[in-house]
Design a protein around this ligand. Structure first.
Ligand code: ATP
Ligand code: MG
Length: 268
């Protein structure tokens, strides 16, 4: 199925300003096995970028290289250059904890800490020294939960455990937790795959609201979701980035045969 043009926002304008992140010639290996092969892409500041492609093509691997999450996998090795605001994020002098606050991540399975809702949000700002008093911390917690569209549902139960929330609420809590440290980029790896359609719709609305404030990159298996939430789409296949462009173009008028085959459902 080729998605109808009408469901796309106008994504024809070039992104304003320089890219937030730039990957140049990036390859990622697990031991001897190359999972990402020579990928170059500019992540725009004010757009949502979707990564699509069949299972195992390297979407998560590449996403994790954008905030050095691959560092936590002993066999993983990254080649090439990745820059954030023009600075190399693999520079050995760079503070990785700081980097991961600037480039936050939301995972497939919501993973709140086994702590209160309040503490889930307050933890990051505390360790990063972003709140100087209890009042300031309260304010960060409230603002982050509001921005993540969760405040009304939890404001009277901030001391309850984060793990006691529903799946969709937990995922919004994780988004609030990422927001709380004032990130510049939010990476989301299939953030809705464990959620029902209503919870999914709420996350999609949220992504829509957050766009412009943060550069957002979302991996999704749902082409409808990519079409709904993103303005730029990158199609990955067998470790390579085959095509990257305005979402409406990728879905309605792809330039590469492999992209066409994928979006028309010839393989998945
Ligand atoms: N920790 C790891 N150790 C070794 N190989 C890995 C590891 N993680 C991923 N791989 C391999 O790297 C390749 C890309 O995997 P990746 O998880 O990035 O794909 P994906 O596009 O995110 O797939 P999916 O859509 O199923 O999530 C696959 O061949 C996978 O088996
Ligand atoms: Mg994946």
């Amino acid at each position: 199925m080729v998605t109808q043009t009408s469901q796309f926002e106008d994504d024809s304008a070039a992104p304003s300003g320089p890219p937030k992140m730039e990957a140049q010639g990036v390859s990622v290996f697990y031991g001897d096995k190359k999972a990402i092969d020579d990928v170059s892409i500019d992540i725009p500041t004010d757009y949502v970028t979707a990564f699509i492609g069949p299972s195992g093509c390297g979407k998560s691997t590449f996403l994790r290289s954008l905030n050095r999450m691959n560092d936590t996998i002993p066999t993983a090795r990254v080649e090439g250059t990745i820059k954030l605001d023009g600075d190399d994020i693999y520079d050995p002098k760079l503070d990785v904890v700081q980097l991961r606050a600037r480039v936050g991540m939301v995972f497939q399975k919501p993973n709140p800490f086994p702590k209160s809702i309040y503490e889930n949000i307050a933890y990051g700002p505390k360790i990063h020294g972003l709140a100087s008093s209890k009042d300031a911390l309260d304010e960060v917690v409230e603002r982050s939960l509001k921005r993540a569209g969760l405040w009304e549902e939890v404001k009277d139960r901030l001391d309850d455990s984060g793990t006691a929330l529903s799946g969709g609420q937990q995922q919004r809590l994780c988004i609030a937790r990422a927001i709380a440290v004032d990130p510049e980029v939010i990476l989301m790896d299939e953030p809705c795959s464990a959620l029902d359609p209503i919870a999914t719709a709420r996350i999609e609305e949220l992504i829509h609201d957050l766009r412009g404030r943060y550069a957002i990159v979302i991996v999704t298996h749902s082409m409808q979701q990519a079409a709904r939430v993103s303005q730029r789409t990158a199609f990955f296949h067998l470790g390579k980035m085959v095509e990257f462009g305005p979402t409406s173009e990728i879905f309605t008028n792809p330039k590469k045969e492999r992209t066409k085959d994928y979006i028309t459902g010839r393989y998945g």
